[in-house]
Write a protein that binds this ligand. Sequence first.
Ligand code: PMP
Ligand code: GLN
Length: 394
Amino acid sequence: MVSPQQPLTTRLAGFGASVFAEMTALAIQTGSINLGQGFPDYNGPDEVLTAAQSEIASGNNQYPPGIGQQDLRAAISEHQKRFWGLSYDPESEVLVTMGATEALAGALLGILNAGDEVVVFEPLFDTYAGCVALADAVLSPVTLRPQSTGRYGFDADELRRAITSRTRVILLNSPHNPTGMVFNKDELQMVADIAQEHDLIVVSDEVYEHLLFDDARHIPIASLPGMRERTITISSAGKTFNTTGWKIGWACAPSHLLHAIRMAKQLFTFAGGTPFQSAIAAGLRLPDSYFQQLAKDLQSKRDILMAALQTAHLNPIRPEGTYFITADIRDRWPHGDAMDFCRALPEACGVVAIPGSVLYDQRHADEGRHLVRFAFCKQTSTMQAAAKKLTEWA
Ligand code: PMP
Ligand code: GLN
């Protein structure tokens, strides 16, 4: 009989239950407004929803090809060209995955050997640390910190020091969850120079590629000279079409890199989401106005939340993109940490947020003790109700 004690692999020892699930459960239990887990509370475009419905009704419900349906691969390739000027062959350089999560897992488990090091900017999305641990590889975090300019940034020397002879991958995320930082050309060039100098692979998570505010501009690192050949670019339909529950994502890379992801991915889900794949192909072909309006609407929600957090003395840092604002709670919560704050906030004010502290490497836990993440990808009425609760609590 299998012992009931300690069935969990030692690779995952030290990982707790997902904080996203905990905070969503807390929102339901307390009837609070959920600004925790990053998912919209409104539907995506009708063209995408009705395309999925008609695919299901017409019987397109069996396994798709392992690499993904041809129409979606073609649409992804067209999208990369239309928005970012990047060319990928839909037959050999595009892979459809079950969300960006599977593309990330496939890339990391398909590439890394035990003991390899992965340089990543923290705070970081929790999947990254989990996949690096499952690969028996080592996370080497470089911390993003608010700068005097009011945006986040990193120290170039700290990045250089993080590289060792064991470094194999730089895992980049821009626009960045949770800070909302959009890496600018100079910052990306620094990463690109280091990747080329040390012959590293860059895994670039660009799921928030269309969610940009003010004059922020998304630059895929694969578009910098010499980078396409060493970069795996990952994205997801979840954020662009408000379909986070469909889990349709993709990876674009030169065929030798894509092969590594495919080898791993075929062992996880093999393939899935057939009717949703065709619907996302329709979404990716929507006119530019759809993508512009998406960002514009989200920016107005960001502004509602920024104002409320300022009034509540929670010192928000203005995001340049994504679904999220990070706030420094020290003025309001001088003696506790972000986790206590997030456990207390629903009772105190009827709003749920995510403690940023859990998104740091354990060795750097102090960096995020005072950081809380609020999501604003909710209907305007939800954001106004949350803003009212936060300002009344102020
Ligand atoms: N990367 C980042 C930075 C994210 O915030 C998320 C959250 N959804 C994902 C990847 C996962 O995307 P998906 O839901 O498509 O798996
Ligand atoms: N990416 C979303 C977030 O950061 C969802 C994460 C999750 O549910 N695992 O909130």
